[in-house]
Design a protein around this ligand. Structure first.
Ligand code: ADP
Length: 503
């Protein structure tokens, strides 16, 4: 027997409201009840300032609903209404009354502080997200700069480069990815409590918007945001058909405590900051930079959005918000400039109708701009990863025929010069299928002549046959260590198939 909304509501009527007056249903605190695959989802609106104190109320609501016959799981979250002045929606009379009684304490126009634990004391290791190799946050110093538009087109640009990409809409103040991707409905539940991500234009997608109505204004208290975010990150089958190369997180706009907490709690590989030219002048974007730096997340770069307007009729270029501000500022701050997106009617219309330009008009100049931004972002991400790995101790031994590698985090291992030479990550041998790639034979006696450091993330190895172009990054050396036997076996098979010998 499946649970119905009515049976759920009947049970929730047993739960008293925050001040033990009436019950949460009759007080109008319970949201629309969603019953999907025997799981029940709802939210309870409480005064933001009392959210922590009212956690037992949330638990009690979950407990009573869990006992309803046919319910396999319950997900109840606390929400608080948007304060006045956010321009989102009028405050309900109930909250206004509560505010008058001094209950909410949230008139300042932003969510109350979350405990900013460990800020400034360096990143602490966070558990990886199952099914996701890298996470990139897309953030902005304030709302309305086109952060979500850039996030979705960046994701599509990465997809166009052959990556497996997902997008997580963590913009709890105004989830817009369902609209941008033209998605409707709710995600399905698979295997008990795991959600199946939605699919839009080839991206896997999850959004607060799937859980709450886009029109519902919500301000989530910091710790709850993190709870909900963690659920959306970790209880979702991102890797259902192969791990995602990257998950783009569309962050809430701004750099307040909620954003800081998110940046601290999610194992981000990097962050992209979106800004309009005039926004940078107003230092909002700089605050974003400072926030990510504080929590040790590498800033991959800045995207300047709405940078220039090219008149579709006469082709005249107008710099409505000024132009080049972000590029100059990025240079001054020492962060990469990832690109400038013009102010364009097509970008806006397609975004707002669920047809993002990178997916639906791939031959347009704008789609190319987003693909270029994606390529730069990816290159910065790769580099950031290399820098994150501390350099290993390297020693050439046995007359140049062996390289001993020792990373701080693992045991010492040896890589033969012949293996390094034939698996040199240069274009001729890597990145192709065994059929396409050039298999290098005759290198049984090759020797390492010299190791040349490249930055703090790689070495070049000069061999005695004159080859010295391969860039051996720390992560590649780690990969070779892990997959040594498998790769060597594959190499011997390739040699045999192609009729070559080791020499
Ligand atoms: P944010 O996430 O920063 O609040 P959105 O991505 O929702 O901003 O964009 C706000 C509005 O601006 C949307 O209507 C969007 O279509 C429009 N927009 C964003 N970027 C551009 C652009 N480059 N050209 C024209 N309109 C844009």
């Amino acid at each position: 027997m499946s649970a119905t909304k009515d049976t759920v509501l009947a049970e929730l009527r047993r739960i008293k409201g925050p001040d033990l007056e009436s019950n949460i249903v009759d007080l109008g605190l319970v949201s629309e009840i969603l019953v999907k695959d025997d799981r029940v989802y709802f939210s309870i609106t409480v005064p933001a300032a009392r959210a922590e104190e009212l956690e037992p109320l949330r638990k009690a609501a979950e407990t009573v609903v869990a006992k309803v016959p046919g319910v396999a799981g319950v997900s109840a979250v606390l929400t608080a209404e948007a304060p006045q002045g956010t321009g989102r929606a009028p405050e309900s009379a109930r909250v206004t009354q509560a505010r008058a009684r001094g209950m909410t304490g949230n008139g300042g126009g932003r969510a109350p502080a979350a405990p900013a634990t460990d800020a400034g004391t360096g990143p602490k290791p966070l558990a990886a997200v199952p099914g996701v190799k890298s996470l990139i946050a897309v953030a902005s110093g304030k709302g309305g700069v086109g952060k979500s538009t850039v996030a979705v087109n960046l994701a599509l640009g990465l997809k166009a480069a052959g990556k497996k990409v997902g997008i997580l809409d963590a913009d709890i103040y105004g989830p817009s990815q369902p609209r941008l991707l033209g998605l409707k409905g709710q995600p399905q539940v698979v295997k008990g409590k795991t959600l199946k991500p939605m699919q839009g234009h080839g991206l896997k997608a999850m959004s607060m918007g799937f859980m709450v109505d886009e029109e519902t204004p919500v301000i989530w208290r910091g710790p709850m945001v993190v709870g909900a975010l963690n659920q959306m990150l970790r209880d979702v089958a991102w890797g259902e058909d192969g791990d995602l190369d990257v998950l783009i997180i569309d962050m809430p706009p701004g750099t307040g405590d909620v954003q800081l907490t998110m940046a601290q709690q999610v194992p981000l590989s990097g962050a992209v900051i979106v800004s309009t030219p005039q926004d940078l002048a107003l230092i909002d974007a700089r605050k974003g930079l400072a926030m990510f730096r504080k929590v040790g997340v590498p800033v991959l770069g800045i995207v300047e959005n709405m940078s220039t307007f090219i008149c579709p009729k006469c082709g005249e270029r107008s710099d409505i918000f000024g132009h080049g501000g972000a590029e100059a500022e990025a240079q001054r701050l020492g962060v990469p400039f990832l690109g400038a997106v013009p102010l364009d009617m097509d970008v806006r219309m397609r975004s707002d109708s669920g047809q993002p330009i990178t997916a639906t008009l791939p031959d347009s100049t704008h789609a190319q701009i987003f693909r270029d931004i994606a390529a730069r972002t990816w290159a910065e991400l790769e580099q950031a990863k290399e820098i994150a790995v501390r350099p290993p101790r390297l020693e050439v031994s046995d007359g140049g025929t062996m390289l001993t590698v020792e990373f701080a985090c693992g045991p010492k291992y040896e890589l033969p010069a012949e293996m390094l030479r034939v698996m040199s990550p240069s274009a001729e041998v890597q990145g192709h299928s065994p059929e396409q790639r050039v298999t290098v034979g005759g290198k049984r006696n090759v020797k390492i002549r010299e190791l040349r450091p490249v930055g703090n993330y790689a070495i070049r190895i000069a061999f005695n046959d004159g080859h010295d172009t391969g860039l051996f990054t720390w992560t590649y050396l780690q990969q070779l260590g892990r997959e040594k036997d498998k790769r060597w076996g594959q190499y011997l098979d390739e040699l045999a198939k192609k009729g070559l010998s080791r020499g």
